[in-house]
Design a protein around this ligand. Structure first.
Ligand code: ATP
Length: 361
């Protein structure tokens, strides 16, 4: 392989902030990314994912803090002097240049010799599996092929860091899955370090070594996909990671990492994810897959069924409690809308969080 990425030990964001007028789009973001890691920046729209990526790339100046590549401060450098590879959602290919010219553009700008450009472009073409397409214009390629050209163009300059901003969001669902696997394969084959922006939890879970969850310009949690999926540390992270049911109640007791809360008279026990004071308000967060229609008993909540949908292996329903809490659940049997049923969750699958303090994240 002739493409050899520049290597380093770590990229460090040290209390990076970015304001747009009165808006603090990023607030004191600190993060260390190790060589060869695949990092996903995940969060809802407007949380600051693209701003973080653009600050790293140099497309946006930071308004506070610093960015380091090992011992070198890079946030003061121009984007071209940082030399990071960028892949955008809209591909940003030159429409009048063919595939080969698009991929070789960055090397040509850097004044490399033709023989070297040809060799590296061939290598990149083979890495993204576009041999045979090199003389086509971008307009003659499918969306997936255009995104492959964009990836080849980013990596051919042998960047220390590859930055991707929602690169798959313009592709249809099937192609998105295929390209997801391709992106991870290319990352592994090259030994690249990749920072990848997405709002899609599945994409982040399947691609990343570590996920950084952002909200309102603040890092809420950093962890492996398994840690984030199984043990979100805040209610809003749990919500974003698919804990659709958030049952509000009062803490009856909590110790040794366990908690029991009263939800409309039902005792719901689970894993305490925060310090909980008896008598205070709290939420039991439960995935809809883990809340199952069944018999009355421990950890069961009485609800009235609103809707029920057949999903092949099982049914998925919505329901509400007498107190007006809405829930989503699954069932192995068809249950009728209007029926009164008990929904049960294994206490290992229930996470209990303190009620968030308004206005404080
Ligand atoms: P999305 O998933 O919708 O792309 P995001 O998480 O990438 O969202 P950012 O684009 O980083 O969010 O935006 C963070 C915040 O900064 C938002 O409130 C956005 O409106 C604001 N913002 C971003 N760019 C600018 C700009 N150039 N001028 C003013 N405000 C901006």
């Amino acid at each position: 392989m002739t493409i050899a990425l520049s290597q380093f030990d770590e990229v460090r964001l040290d209390r990076v902030s970015r304001d747009f007028g009165a808006l603090n789009a990023l607030r004191d973001v600190s993060l260390t990314i190790r060589r060869r890691e695949f990092i996903a920046l995940l969060g809802p729209s407007g949380c600051g994912k693209s701003t973080t990526l653009n600050c790293i790339a140099g497309l946006l100046p930071v308004t506070g803090g610093a960015i380091w590549l090992d011992k070198n401060r890079v946030d003061t450098l121009r984007p071209e002097d940082r030399g990071f590879g960028m892949v955008f959602q809209n591909y940003a290919l030159f429409p009048h240049l063919n595939v080969r010219q698009n991929i070789g553009f960055g090397l040509k700008m850097r004044g490399r010799h033709k023989a070297e450009i040809d060799r590296k472009v061939d290598e990149a073409l083979s890495l993204v599996r576009l041999q045979g397409q090199e003389h086509k214009l971008p307009g003659q390629l499918s969306g997936g092929q255009q995104q492959r050209v964009a990836i080849a163009r980013a990596i051919v300059i042998e960047p220390p860091l590859v930055l991707m901003d929602e690169p798959l969001s313009n592709l249809d669902a099937k192609l998105r899955l295929e390209m997801r696997a391709e992106i991870r394969r290319i990352h592994n084959e090259l030994g690249a370090t990749t920072i990848y922006v997405t709002h899609d939890q599945d994409e982040a879970l399947s691609l990343a070594d570590r996920i950084v969850v952002l909200r309102d310009g603040v890092v809420r949690q950093v962890g492996t996909p398994k840690e984030l999926y199984e043990a979100p540390s805040h209610l809003d992270v749990a919500d974003f990671m698919g804990f659709r049911n958030k049952l509000k109640g009062k803490v009856i007791e909590s110790d040794n990492g366990r908690a029991i809360i009263d939800v409309e008279g039902a005792r719901i026990s689970g894993v305490a994810r925060e310090r909980l004071l008896a008598g205070s308000s709290a939420y039991a967060a439960i995935r809809s897959d883990d809340l199952e229609a069944g018999e009355p008993g421990p950890n069961a909540l009485k609800v009235i069924v609103d809707t029920i949908e057949y999903r092949g292996r099982e049914f998925v329903g919505t329901a509400h409690t007498a107190g007006g809490l809405d829930v989503v659940f699954r069932s192995h049997q068809a249950v009728e809308p209007g029926a009164s049923v008990y929904l049960r969750a294994d206490d290992q699958r229930v996470l209990v969080f303190a009620e968030p303090i308004q206005g404080r994240s």
